[in-house]
Design a binder for this molecule. Structure first.
Ligand SMILES: *[C@@H]1O[C@H](CO)[C@@H](O)[C@H](O)[C@H]1NC(C)=O
Ligand SMILES: *[C@@H]1O[C@H](CO)[C@@H](O)[C@H](O)[C@H]1NC(C)=O
Ligand SMILES: *[C@@H]1O[C@H](CO)[C@@H](O)[C@H](O)[C@H]1NC(C)=O
Ligand SMILES: *[C@@H]1O[C@H](CO)[C@@H](O)[C@H](O)[C@H]1NC(C)=O
Ligand SMILES: *[C@@H]1O[C@H](CO)[C@@H](O)[C@H](O)[C@H]1NC(C)=O
Ligand SMILES: *[C@@H]1O[C@H](CO)[C@@H](O)[C@H](O)[C@H]1NC(C)=O
Ligand SMILES: *[C@@H]1O[C@H](CO)[C@@H](O)[C@H](O)[C@H]1NC(C)=O
Ligand SMILES: *[C@@H]1O[C@H](CO)[C@@H](O)[C@H](O)[C@H]1NC(C)=O
Ligand SMILES: *[C@@H]1O[C@H](CO)[C@@H](O)[C@H](O)[C@H]1NC(C)=O
Ligand SMILES: *[C@@H]1O[C@H](CO)[C@@H](O)[C@H](O)[C@H]1NC(C)=O
Ligand SMILES: *[C@@H]1O[C@H](CO)[C@@H](O)[C@H](O)[C@H]1NC(C)=O
Ligand SMILES: *[C@@H]1O[C@H](CO)[C@@H](O)[C@H](O)[C@H]1NC(C)=O
Length: 537
C-alpha cells in the first residue's frame, strides 16, 4: 500500500509540471491574500456540494504534498488543515507561506485548481515625525508661527503601503488641503490656519488594511508688540486696577505684577489685572508687569506704570458780561490713574457739585474739562468756582474767580486814552533825543517804568491816567533819579496792586472792609494776573 502511495507521487509531479502552465497563462488561478500572523483558507475551486478526494500541493518550485482528504496521509505541518473536506486552512501565516498552491480533486476524473497566496504585512504601526519646536506637558506638539516644519511618516508594511497626509483645521470639520500620497513633506511658513490635526494614513494595497496616526499641532505666536501697563481707578472703589496688555499672541501669555523697586509680588495671572488698595499707593509709586509667553522672549517682556497724583492748571480769573457766556477750562496733567474732574461752586458752604443743565454745560475731553456758564447773572454767578481733580492717590483743587460785569463799552475809550498816552510819550522821547542824545538811556528806562504804570492805571480811573500824564510831563523836565525818590507815586502803584489782590482773593466783604488783606500772603502769581484780568474792560 505504501509502495503504491509512493508510486503516485512522481506521476503527480509530472502532471503538475505539464498542467499548471496553461492555467497560469489563462489567469485562471485564484489569488488569495493573507495577513502576516493571520489565518487564511484556500478553496479548492469554486464548487459547492460533495467533494472527491482532495490533495493540496505547494509549488516550491517542485510540488510538495501538504495534506489530503485521505485521512491516512498526515499533514506536512500542524498549521495545515482541511475545511469542508476541500479547502486548505493555514494558521499563523508567515512571509514564507507566500507562493503558488495547487489543489487536485479526483472525482469523476481529476481536476486541478491553482491558488496564488500572497502574504501582506502591516501597516501595524506608523511612525510620524514632525519637526516641532516643542512638546507641551500633555504631549501636544507646538511650532512657532512662521517657522518651517518637516513632516514624515514611516510604516513597516510589506509590500510598502500608500501613505496619505490629511489635515483638519480646528474651525472646520471638513478635510482641507491636499491628499498627499507622499511620506514626507515640508511646510515652509507655518500660519495660524495650519493649526490642527495632521493625519498620516497608510494603506496596504494588498490587504486594504489601514492605519492612521493623528497628531495635533499647535501654531504658537508671541505678541507682536511690547506689553502696555495701565492704571485705572476701580469702579465703585478707591482701589487701583493695574492692567497689563500684551495682545496678539497665542496662546495667552502669563503676567506677573511686582512692586518697583523691591520686586515684591503683587499678583500672577493670565489676565494681567491686579487690584491694589489705596493704602499701598502713594504719589510716584511704580509697578512693573512682566509678560511671559511660551514662544516669546526667554526673560519675558515688561512695562512699568507710575502712580501719580493729579496736577491742575486753570486760569485763576474769568470775566463774564451780564447775559453773556463764559467758559472755564481746567487741564489735569500727570494724573495716573486718570483723575475724575468735577466743578464745584463755593458761594455757599458746603460746596456744591455743579450738575450740567440748561445754564451749565460741562464737557470733558481726556483730562481737560470745560465748564460753560450761559446767560451770566451778577448775583447768581459771580464768585468762586472750584475745579477738583481726584484720583486714588490725591485730590487737587484750583479756585477760579468769576466776575460778572455790565457790558459797558469803555474798552474803546481806554484804547483811545492809551493811544494818546503812547503818542505823547513818543513825542516827548523824540524831543529828548533831539535835544540831549547823550541822556537817551535814561529816557528809555523812564519809558519802561512809565509803561508799567500805565497798565496798572487801566484798572481804575481816568483821573489817575491824567495824573500819570502830568507826571510824565514833569519827568520831561526832571531827571529820572528824582522820580525814583518820589515816594507818593510808588505808594500809589502799590495801592493798585493791593486792591487788585483783594479782588483775586475774591472775598467781597473783605474788599469792602478796606485793605485788610494787604499783608495777606496771597501769592504773587495771582497779583500778576490782575493785569490780564482787567484787560477786557
Ligand atoms: C489513502 O492512502 C493510503 C496510503 O497511502 C492508500 O493505501 C489508500 O488507497 C488511499 N485511499 C484512497 C481513497 O485513495
Ligand atoms: C486562526 O485559527 C485558529 C484555529 O482555527 C484560531 O484559534 C485563531 O484564533 C485564528 N486566528 C485568527 C487571527 O483568526
Ligand atoms: C463561483 O461560481 C459561481 C457560479 O458557478 C459564480 O457565480 C461565482 O462568481 C464563482 N465565484 C468565484 C470566486 O469564482
Ligand atoms: C464550509 O461549508 C459551509 C457550509 O456549507 C460554508 O458555509 C462555508 O463557507 C464553507 N467553508 C469554506 C472555507 O468553504
Ligand atoms: C505564482 O505564480 C505567478 C504566475 O501565475 C507568478 O507570477 C508568481 O511569481 C508565482 N509566485 C511565486 C511565489 O512563485
Ligand atoms: C461522472 O461523469 C459522468 C459522465 O461525464 C456523469 O454521467 C456522472 O454523473 C458523473 N458522476 C458524478 C458523481 O459526478
Ligand atoms: C525626526 O526627524 C529628525 C530630522 O528630520 C531627526 O533628527 C529625528 O531623529 C527624527 N526622530 C525620529 C523619532 O525619527
Ligand atoms: C494639550 O494642551 C493644550 C494646551 O493646554 C491644548 O490646547 C490641547 O488640546 C491639549 N491636548 C490634549 C490632547 O489634551
Ligand atoms: C484633534 O484631535 C484631538 C484628539 O485626537 C481632538 O480632541 C481635537 O478635537 C482634534 N482637533 C480637530 C481640529 O479635529
Ligand atoms: C487620494 O488621492 C489618491 C490619488 O490621488 C486617490 O486615489 C484617493 O482616492 C484619494 N483619497 C481620498 C480619500 O480622496
Ligand atoms: C451763549 O451760548 C448759547 C449756546 O451755545 C448761544 O446760543 C448764545 O448765543 C451764546 N450767547 C452769547 C452772548 O454768545
Ligand atoms: C470757599 O470759600 C471760603 C471762604 O468763603 C474759603 O475759605 C475756602 O477756602 C473756599 N474753598 C475753596 C475750595 O475754594
Amino acid at each position: 500500500m505504501a509502495a503504491s502511495g509512493e508510486a503516485l507521487e512522481p506521476r503527480v509531479l509530472l502532471c503538475l509540471g505539464a498542467l499548471l502552465a496553461p492555467w497560469v497563462a489563462a489567469g485562471l488561478e485564484a489569488v488569495i491574500v493573507g495577513e502576516l500572523h493571520g489565518n487564511v483558507t484556500l478553496r479548492c475551486g469554486n464548487i459547492s456540494g460533495p467533494r472527491g478526494l482532495v490533495t493540496w500541493y505547494r509549488n516550491d518550485p517542485e510540488p510538495i504534498l501538504l495534506l489530503s482528504s485521505n485521512a491516512s496521509l498526515v499533514p506536512a505541518e500542524p498549521r495545515f488543515s482541511l475545511v469542508n473536506a476541500s479547502a486548505l486552512h493555514i494558521e499563523v501565516l508567515s512571509q514564507q507561506d507566500e507562493g503558488n498552491y495547487t489543489c487536485r480533486e479526483i472525482r469523476n476524473g481529476t481536476q486541478w485548481f491553482p491558488v496564488w497566496l500572497q502574504v501582506a504585512s502591516g501597516p501595524d504601526h506608523i511612525e510620524v515625525n514632525i519637526s516641532a519646536t516643542g512638546t507641551l506637558a500633555n504631549g501636544t506638539l507646538y511650532v512657532v508661527k512662521g517657522s518651517q516644519v518637516d513632516f514624515s511618516c514611516r510604516s513597516n508594511a510589506q509590500p510598502p503601503p500608500v501613505v496619505e497626509w490629511w489635515f483638519q483645521a480646528h474651525s472646520s470639520p471638513e478635510s482641507f488641503g491636499s491628499n498627499l500620497t507622499v511620506t514626507c513633506f515640508t511646510l515652509l511658513l507655518m500660519s495660524q490656519n495650519l493649526q490642527g490635526n495632521y493625519t498620516c494614513l497608510a494603506t496596504s494595497m494588498l490587504s486594504g488594511r489601514q492605519r492612521k496616526v493623528i497628531t495635533e499641532l499647535l501654531v504658537y505666536s508671541p505678541p507682536p508688540s511690547p506689553p502696555q501697563c495701565l492704571a485705572e481707578t476701580a469702579l465703585g472703589s478707591s482701589a487701583v486696577q493695574l492692567t497689563c496688555r500684551w495682545d496678539g499672541g497665542y496662546p495667552d501669555p502669563n503676567f506677573l505684577w511686582t512692586e518697583e523697586p523691591g520686586g515684591a509680588i503683587v499678583g500672577k495671572s493670565t489676565l494681567g489685572v491686579e487690584m491694589v488698595n489705596q493704602s499701598q499707593l502713594w504719589d510716584g509709586k511704580k509697578f512693573r508687569c512682566v509678560g511671559s509667553h511660551i514662544v516669546g522672549p526667554e526673560s519675558g517682556a515688561s512695562c512699568v506704570v507710575q502712580i501719580r497724583m493729579p496736577s491742575l492748571f486753570s486760569d485763576p480769573m474769568k470775566t463774564c458780561f451780564v447775559g453773556g457766556n463764559v467758559t472755564f477750562t481746567c487741564q489735569v496733567s500727570e494724573a495716573n490713574p486718570p483723575a475724575t474732574i468735577q466743578w464745584l461752586r463755593n458761594l455757599t458752604q458746603p460746596e456744591v457739585v455743579i450738575q450740567p443743565d440748561s445754564r451749565y454745560l460741562i464737557t470733558q475731553d481726556g483730562q481737560s474739562s470745560t465748564l460753560t456758564i450761559r446767560n451770566c447773572s451778577q448775583h447768581l454767578d459771580e464768585g468762586y468756582y472750584v475745579c477738583r481733580a481726584e484720583n486714588p492717590v490725591g485730590t487737587r483743587e484750583v479756585d477760579i474767580w468769576l466776575s460778572v460785569k455790565e457790558p459797558v463799552n469803555i474798552g474803546s475809550i481806554v484804547g483811545i486814552i492809551v493811544s494818546l498816552l503812547l503818542l505823547g510819550l513818543f513825542i516827548i522821547s523824540g524831543l529828548l533825543l533831539y535835544y540831549s542824545p547823550v541822556s537817551c538811556w535814561k529816557v528809555r528806562s523812564t519809558f519802561r517804568r512809565q509803561d508799567m504804570g500805565d497798565v496798572m492805571v487801566l484798572v481804575d480811573s481816568e483821573e489817575e491816567k491824567e495824573d500819570e500824564q502830568e507826571d510824565a510831563t514833569e519827568e520831561e523836565a526832571e531827571e529820572e533819579e528824582t522820580q525814583r525818590e518820589e515816594p507818593p507815586k510808588e505808594m500809589k502803584k502799590h495801592g493798585h496792586i493791593h486792591r487788585v489782590t483783594a479782588l483775586v482773593n475774591g472775598n467781597l466783604e473783605q474788599m469792602g472792609n478796606g485793605l485788610q488783606d494787604l499783608q495777606d500772603d496771597s501769592n504773587e502769581q495771582q497779583s500778576d494776573n490782575v493785569q490780564e484780568e482787567d484787560r477786557p474792560v
